[in-house]
Structures are given as C-alpha cells and as structure tokens.
Ligand binder design. Structure first.
Ligand SMILES: *Cc1c(COP(=O)(O)O)cnc(C)c1O
Length: 482
C-alpha cells in the first residue's frame, strides 16, 4: 500500500509513480498577481493560465497521462467508421462494466443530453443523491424535475460520516408511495458527488437503492464520472469491500445499475465520455442521437487518440496504486488545514479540498460573495487558482432576486497525478497565512453581471481597498519573497 508511516508516527501519502514529462511553472510577484486578478474582474475563471502557479480550478481534462496512455495514442486507428481504436475501447468497457452496449459522446454533459432526451418524461421526477450543474440543466430542459435525496449528513459541512454521498433510501420509498413509480423517470446515483465535496456512496447504499428500483421497475442510472475516487473510498472505508479488488467492486457497482455514463475528462485520465447500457431497446432509442449531436457511432465526437488514452486510463483506474494518489493528497491537505483550525469540509472526499468560506470570512455577508472574495485573495497571495462554489454560482430568479447559496465554498481541485506534496504544502502554508489575516479580506460587488451562468464570465470589483492592505501585509511578513 502506498501510505507509509515514518518512525515518528507521521503518515505520508507516497506517490507510486515518477514524473517523466514536466511543464515549467511561473510564480509571479504578488504585485503582478494583484494586477492579473484585477484584469480578470476578480473572477478566477477569467485568469490566464500563464499567470497561474498551481491551477486547482478543476480536475476536468487536466489529469496527467501515463507513458502507456501516450504510447497508445501513437497507435490510434484513424477511421470514421469501424476504427480498431473504438473496438479496443468498447472491449475494455465490456470487460470492466459488463454492459453489452456502448454509445460514445464528446464529454459527460453530451451523454446527459442523450439520456435526458430519451429517458426523462415531461412532468416526472428524477430522484438522485445530488445533482451536478449540467445534469440538472438537461433534466429540467426535458421537462423533468430533480428530487434531491442525499442523506442529511451530506449537507453538513463537518461530519465523520464515511459515505456522505449516500441516498436516503427511506425517502425514496416514501416518494414512490406518495407519487407512484410511474411518476419517476429513473433514479440517478452520482459517484463521488461533485457539488457536495466529492463525497462517496457506499456499495451497500447502492445495493439498497438498486433493490428499490428493481422492485418498482424503475431504471437506475449511474453517473460514473467520479467513480475512481468513490472506488478508493469503498475499498478503504467499507468493511465488505476490504477483501475485494477494485475490479470486483467496480463490477458489483455496474451490476446494480442499468445505465452507466461518464465524463472521460475525469474517469480514464482523458477527454471524452460515453454511455454503457444493458438493455437493447433502450440502446436503440438512444443510438440515433449520437450521429445527430456527437459524431458517428464509432467515435461520438472524440479523437481516436483520446479514445486510446481512455482505454488505457480505464485499466489504470482498476489499479489501486493509480487511483489513490488524488484522495490521499486531499486527505493530507484536509487534515493539515483542519489541524490549523482552517474551516474545511470533513471528512476529506475526492476531487479536491473544499474550504468553507462561510466560516473563514464570516465577516463578509453572502451578498458580497465571501467564497469569490476568498478565491481572489488566495490567488493574489499565492498564485493558486481555486473555484468559487457559492452565491456567485447561483442564478437570479425571474424577479431578479438573488438566492443565497446553502454553502460558500472555495474548491481546490486536485488534478490526478499532477502536483507534488511540496506544492500541496505551499497551498496549506498560504491558506494558513491568509487565515491569520482573514480580517483584511473584504467583499466584492458586480461590475458586469451576465444574465446566464454569471459565475463563468461575470466581472466583479472589491468594495474597498482591502487588496492593497492585504498586499502590504504580505510584503511586511514575507519580505521580497514571491
Ligand atoms: C464533470 C461532470 C459531468 C459533466 O462532464 P463534462 O465532461 O464536463 O461534460 C457530469 N457529472 C459529474 C459528476 C461530473 O463531475
């Protein structure tokens, strides 16, 4: 196992790979970072990557590839139809998940588009543990309604529940009793729940959800985009999985589901996506959408090179030493932040560390975007780019009223196999400094607020000269260090 205990009792995550291709990084002086942040309208999405030191915005499409993936990409078979590359990917998916049918798509949301168009009946509900942004958009666009049934612990910031992504099975039964099974288009389970801190579900919970679905003949759809992290947690936190291989756990999870889709920007360390389907009728209904929206059935909008990389990446996902690096680094980071009393979502999940801005900068009201302000302050004092997940990410209603988010988080994603432990230590140290100086952080206001998806393109500005004060304090404490 790749967690090593040193003689003083300290446990350190230890990478079971070495880095053989590198990309040079730049760390601008704080004055230039402040300038770059201003040019980006205090929105980390608008920063240019050349101005970023550690990019922790997302884990999507930025995971490091292995030498085997790179080698396979050179062997790709370029053909519009019937490419051998497609056959290799198809065979790998059947080997791992055991579902007979597969439809390729250019990324995860494209798979959601097809599933929602075919499976969501207008006026019905789609219960799920928790939604993802694009999932919700596709289900509502097709006339469905999302019913969120995550267990109450899932929405608690601090908890020691090992599976905060579990679905409340009693709530699902009650919903079926009240509305009837016909009122449900399908049930969706998301592995490694993205929006609530990368929290996993247990195999036991999936067994129970699956049993209810089968009893009422409701299809069970699994979003496997973040399955790798979920598998790691099943293996280390769930008694019944301890003696099983990752492959066996995966097969059990797939066997409990009827449809399984994924973003290969996360699962398989590549870029693409697709849908595995057990039922032939359902497959035939979905099939027509692939040439219409994605590309021919044997590539679905993916390049053959990426498909080769995904095939190898899926195999690597079945190797515990390959999937544990992300969750172990995240656990290390969360533990170290917690030790310094820095408010962070616990227990550590997959995907990244989630800093709780509601407590970190509790003097900033929610309508001054505490998570966005903290993300901007962190970039300025470290060059680290995180993502706001709070009120700024919400949308105004028809009357223009702004809903306040349940949680104000700064997500620091941990792209898989990309960062070293010293880089993680650097982030911890800068967050620690920022926490000591949190009273200096002030709020933000809109300079330009788009109507749709405002968090992606919107521009903000500080409500006072708080960033000048923060930079001055940094210089006082760090001298001429970057
Ligand atoms: C990223 C993600 C998606 C969407 O995938 P894209 O490839 O970004 O379109 C869907 N579900 C989950 C859980 C995700 O994390």
């Amino acid at each position: 196992m790749s967690k090593v205990t040193f003689f003083r009792g300290q446990q350190l995550p230890l990478e079971m790979h070495k880095v053989r291709i590198i990309q040079k990084l730049t760390l601008l002086p704080i004055e230039e970072r402040k300038e770059a942040m201003a040019e980006a309208g205090y929105n980390t999405f608008l920063l240019e990557n050349k101005d970023v030191f550690l990019d922790m915005l997302t884990d999507s499409g930025v995971n490091a590839m292995s030498q085997d993936q790179q080698a396979a990409m050179l062997m790709a078979d370029d053909a519009y139809a019937g490419s051998a590359t497609y056959t290799r990917l198809y065979d790998k998916l059947v080997e791992i998940f055991g579902m007979e049918h597969f439809l390729p798509a250019h990324q995860g949301r494209a798979a959601e588009n097809i599933i929602s168009q075919v499976m969501v009946r207008p006026g019905t509900l789609v219960p799920m543990n928790y939604h993802f942004t694009t999932t919700l958009a596709h289900i509502t666009a097709n006339g469905g309604e999302v019913a969120e049934l995550v267990i109450p612990e899932g929405l608690e910031v601090t908890s020691d529940h090992p599976f905060k992504g579990n679905l409340d099975v009693d709530a699902l039964r009650r919903l079926i009793d009240e509305r009837g099974a016909e009122a449900l288009s399908y049930v969706r389970m998301e592995a490694g729940t993205n929006l609530i801190g990368g929290q996993p579900f247990s195999v036991q919970n999936l067994r129970e959800v699956s049993a209810v679905c089968r009893e009422h003949e409701i299809p069970l759809v699994l979003d496997a985009s973040l399955l790798a992290d979920n598998l790691y947690f099943n293996k280390v936190r769930e008694e019944s999985c301890r003696d099983k291989s990752i492959r066996e756990i995966t097969k059990e999870i797939a066997d409990l589901s009827d449809v399984l889709y994924f973003s290969a920007r996360k699962l398989g360390f590549g870029r693409g996506g697709g849908i595995c389907i057990r039922d032939e009728e359902l497959y035939k209904k979905m099939r027509g959408y692939v040439p219409m929206f994605e590309g021919f059935l044997t590539y679905g909008g993916m390049s053959v090179r990426e498909m080769e990389a995904i095939t190898v990446g899926l195999d690597e996902t079945m190797d515990e030493d390959m999937i544990n690096q992300g969750p172990q680094f995240i656990e290390y980071m969360v533990t170290e932040l917690d030790k310094r009393n820095i408010p962070v979502i616990t227990p550590a999940g997959g995907l990244g560390a989630h800093v709780d801005a509601m407590r970190f900068v509790d003097h900033i009201p929610q309508n001054e975007y505490p998570a966005a302000a903290l993300a901007a302050a962190l970039y300025v004092c470290s060059g680290v780019r995180g993502m706001e997940r709070g009120t700024m990410s919400e949308a105004r209603d028809a009357e223009g009223v702004e809903p306040l988010a349940d949680m104000e988080l700064v997500r620091l994603a941990m792209p898989r196999r990309v960062f070293t432990l010293s880089q993680v230590n650097y982030v911890i140290d800068r967050l620690d400094w920022l926490y000591q100086n949190r009273q200096l952080i002030g709020g933000l206001e809109w300079e330009e607020e788009p109507e749709i998806l405002r968090f992606f393109y919107g521009r903000l500005q500080p409500k006072s000269d708080w960033l000048e004060k923060l930079v001055a304090k940094f210089r006082e404490d760090f001298g001429d260090s970057l």
